[in-house]
Each structure stands twice: as structure tokens, then as C-alpha cells.
Design a protein around this ligand. Structure first.
Ligand code: 7PM
Length: 279
């Protein structure tokens, strides 16, 4: 299995990689407003790179439940200066956007992967762009939209429904001209799922290997961790690390995280132990 995004390739098996979260927004649920200034955003990205992040996910629109959509011009003003500044830094950049126009500018500025949480619901333009540029694409499952997804998530079986979503979208994406090598799949923890759904997805990550695509999991600081263990958003690191180690031990290749240093160290330790297993 291989993942390709523009000039960048990762051949698997490969040690799990951490995707550091850079929210250039005033209202993200756990770090809103901290990195709205391009200089501060840039510095935070460099810090995450130095801590061992393999990819930086740059987003200019909050996707927390109930968040209001942001105008294209606002999103561009937030993300493009940061991506341009990071271009020489040789750290793979992922653009977190649902808007094809923002993705296009971001790819021109140096991003190589598109994190489209909407999975091109509205139109196929995003896939056409990804095909044209040879960019990477994160195919994430979400029930509903960011505005209404938290209301009443319902599934007969969340694991089989998410898996069927992957199968059908992977077909559509291929039909749009995107190579399967360009796509990673993501169960979308917290996107139209309650705590029980999130736990069932994590418990059954192995089911998604049938799609033969690398997987990304993002559980970092999400509210189900707080609901289960108590504690506000600043006290969710132990629960977040538990999800990350579980994901890594269950075949997940990419972990989306806020706390890069802690996550990278934990994964390195797991790797050191795992290498020494005897038959
Ligand atoms: C509720 C849901 C609150 C999501 C906050 C969030 C993911 C993502 C986000 C993810 C991919 C957060 C977010 N989560 N993109 N964007 N996968 N691909 O924790 O799990 O930052 S937003």
C-alpha cells in the first residue's frame, strides 16, 4: 500500500505518523483564537514539526458542532499566508476546508493534501481538483452537516454504515479520476456520532482495512473523552493518548492530534516495544 500526495509518497508498512492540528480560527473548541495571527500560527506549526509531526493540518473554518460557516475570503485570508510561510519548511501541509476554491489556492501555495470533511457532498469540484493536482485526499465520514450533526445521530450499526460509506465514496472518487493511492479514509470521530458510536468505531477499526487504504483517526480532545472520563477540554490528554495508542495498535497510519510532543513520544515508545516482539 502506498499513499501519494503531489511529490510526497509514503510506503506502508510505516510507523504511524502524527498530523498536527493548526486552527487559524477565533472559535475552535479547544484552542480557538490562539493562532489567528499568521506569525503565531507559523510558530506553532514549526513547534509541531520540531516535536515530530509528519503533517500539519491547517484550517481556517471551525468544524465544531453548531459552528457557523465562514466566507471564502475570510478563510483564504486566514490560511494562505500561513501555508506560504510554511512552504520552505519542508513539512507536508494539509488544507482543512470544504471549499474547492480555498483548496485550489492552498494547493497553489504549497499544500499537498485536502482534508474535506464534507466529502464533496455538494458537488464533485473538490475531487476534480484533487485529480488535476495529484493531491492527497482525506475521505472522512460525517452524518449530517457540521451545523446539525450533533443533534441526534442514529445508526443501525455505525461500523457497517461507515464502511459502506467508504466503499461507495471510494468508487465515486475513482470515477472522478482520483487514483486510490491519493486517498486515506477517516471514520470521523465526533462527526454525527455520540460517545457510544465513537467507541464502537474505535473498537472496530480493523473492519476498515478491507478498503486497503491508509486510515486517519482524530479523537484528540473530543467531547466523548470528557463525557467518559470527566474533565474539560484542557484535561483530555490521557484519554486522547489512549485513543491514539489504540488506533496505532489497530493498524491506523495517521493520527490527528493537538498535543504533538506527547503523541509522538507515546507512539515512539510503542514502536520500540513492538519491534522487540518475539514470534
Ligand atoms: C467536534 C468534531 C469537535 C470535530 C471538534 C472537531 C477531524 C477533522 C476535525 C477528524 C479529520 C477537532 C474537530 N476533526 N478532520 N477535523 N478528522 N479528517 O477536533 O477527526 O479539531 S475538527
Amino acid at each position: 500500500m502506498i499513499f501519494r500526495a503531489c511529490h510526497w509518497k509514503v510506503q506502508f508498512p510505516h510507523a504511524p505518523m502524527v498530523m498536527g492540528i493548526l486552527n487559524v480560527t477565533p472559535d475552535s473548541f479547544s484552542d480557538g483564537g490562539q493562532f489567528l495571527d499568521p506569525k503565531q500560527a507559523f510558530e506553532h506549526a514549526l513547534q509541531m514539526r520540531d516535536e515530530g509531526a509528519g503533517i500539519i493540518d491547517v484550517g481556517g473554518e471551525s468544524t465544531r458542532p453548531g459552528a457557523e460557516p465562514v466566507a471564502e475570503s475570510v478563510e483564504l485570508k486566514r490560511v494562505i499566508p500561513v501555508i506560504e510561510a510554511l512552504r520552505e519548511q519542508k513539512v507536508p501541509i494539509c488544507i482543512d476546508t470544504q471549499k474547492p476554491a480555498v483548496a485550489r489556492e492552498a494547493l497553489a501555495a504549497g499544500a499537498i493534501i485536502v482534508n474535506d470533511i464534507a466529502a464533496a457532498r455538494e458537488d464533485r469540484e473538490m475531487w476534480e481538483l484533487v485529480a488535476e493536482k495529484g493531491a492527497g485526499y482525506i475521505l472522512m465520514h460525517m452524518q449530517g452537516s457540521p451545523q446539525d450533526m450533533a443533534k441526534h445521530p442514529t445508526y443501525e450499526n455505525v461500523v457497517t454504515e461507515v464502511s459502506e460509506f467508504f466503499a461507495s465514496r471510494l468508487r465515486d472518487i475513482a470515477a472522478a479520476g482520483v487514483s486510490p493511492d491519493q486517498v486515506m479514509i477517516d471514520p470521523g470521530i465526533g462527526f454525527g456520532k455520540n460517545s457510544e458510536h465513537n467507541l464502537q468505531l474505535l473498537a472496530n477499526l480493523g473492519h476498515f482495512t478491507i478498503h486497503q487504504r491508509p486510515m486517519l483517526v482524530g479523537a484528540s480532545r473530543k467531547s466523548f473523552i470528557g463525557k467518559l472520563l470527566g474533565g474539560d477540554v484542557t484535561a483530555r490528554l490521557p484519554g486522547s493518548l489512549a485513543c491514539a495508542v489504540w488506533a496505532a495498535l489497530n493498524g491506523v497510519q495517521f493520527i490527528r492530534a493537538h498535543d504533538v510532543a506527547a503523541t509522538v513520544q507515546m507512539l515512539r515508545m510503542i514502536g520500540e516495544i513492538q519491534q522487540r516482539r518475539q514470534a
